[in-house]
Design a protein around this ligand. Structure first.
Ligand code: ADP
Ligand code: MG
Length: 253
């Protein structure tokens, strides 16, 4: 009697196929095929202008695709509005933090908790134990437990970046996307951010754009190298960084 072979065929959480966007005839992303698995930290690297940020813009609906598909858990995202994509479970952090500087860390996290999906939910929203528990849990993971009552403008640059990641975590997205999260961070902040990203990838997928190779090595399950809107190489960091094509266009200089 033959037994089922013990290879688990996991479907990727995010399936991007033949994705193209052209801006006045210039293809910033060109026939891209790209997959992200569940619980995976997937890092996209590549030279400036490669199309990395545009890929995130396409996934979160900020930019509309010219052609191709983007499926998240089987749901087609190219037809959805930005807020519908957020509701589908995709959170995205931009390069500059968009926190409320005049509010405390606690209040910023509280504001990000998804309230009732209707007007009554938001009007009669009260601070419940659930919300308070979640805020403390998130504050702990972003290293800001001791800063919950601190006015956000007083945080360091790195702490502000963590707060914004925390605000996204309040929504518990299944796919979290981060564009250059450690830019401008100190070495110790970078190391802590690596810990944070590894930790939050349990139970969700994390898609990161990053330039800092030490950081990439410390977090990536998989690396995709983008060049001129196309994939140059993809795989484990060890393989990718020894790929002659990659060295030539990117790592070599
Ligand atoms: P990366 O993040 O890899 O540095 P981007 O995705 O920001 O690159 O940009 C890729 C290319 O697409 C660049 O040449 C950029 O000028 C162009 N581009 C990006 N967004 C737009 C847009 N909204 N309109 C026109 N050109 C754009
Ligand atoms: Mg960019």
């Amino acid at each position: 009697m033959s037994k089922a072979i013990g290879v688990e065929m996991k479907k990727p959480v995010l399936v991007i196929e033949d994705l193209t966007v052209s801006f006045d005839g210039f293809k910033a992303v060109s026939d891209l095929n790209f997959y992200v698995d569940a619980n995976e930290v997937h890092v996209v690297i590549g030279p400036n202008g490669a199309g990395k940020t545009t890929v995130l813009d396409l996934i979160c609906g900020k930019t509309k695709a010219t052609a191709g598909k983007i499926q998240f858990k089987g749901q087609e995202l190219t037809k959805l509005k930005e807020y519908e994509i957020v509701r589908a479970g995709v959170g995205r952090k931009f390069q500059n933090p968009s926190i409320y500087e005049n509010l405390t860390v606690y209040e910023n996290l509280e504001m990000s908790f998804p309230r009732g999906r209707n007007v009554w939910g938001s009007l009669f929203f009260k601070r419940s134990h659930d919300v308070d528990d979640r805020i403390h849990e998130v504050a702990d993971s972003i290293f800001l437990t001791d800063f919950l009552d601190t006015q956000s403008e007083l945080l360091s640059h790195g702490q502000k970046q963590w707060l914004e990641i925390g605000m996204l975590l309040m929504q518990d997205p299944e796919l979290l996307m981060l564009d250059e999260p450690v830019a401008g961070m100190s070495v110790s902040e970078r190391e802590k951010t690596a810990v944070l990203l590894r930790q939050i990838s349990t139970g969700r997928s994390v898609l990161v754009i990053e330039h800092d190779m030490e950081f990439v090595k410390s977090i990536a399950d998989k690396v995709t190298v983008l060049h001129q809107g196309k994939i140059l190489a993809a795989g484990k960091m060890d393989d990718v960084q020894h790929d002659p094509k990659v060295i030539e266009v990117y790592l070599g200089h």
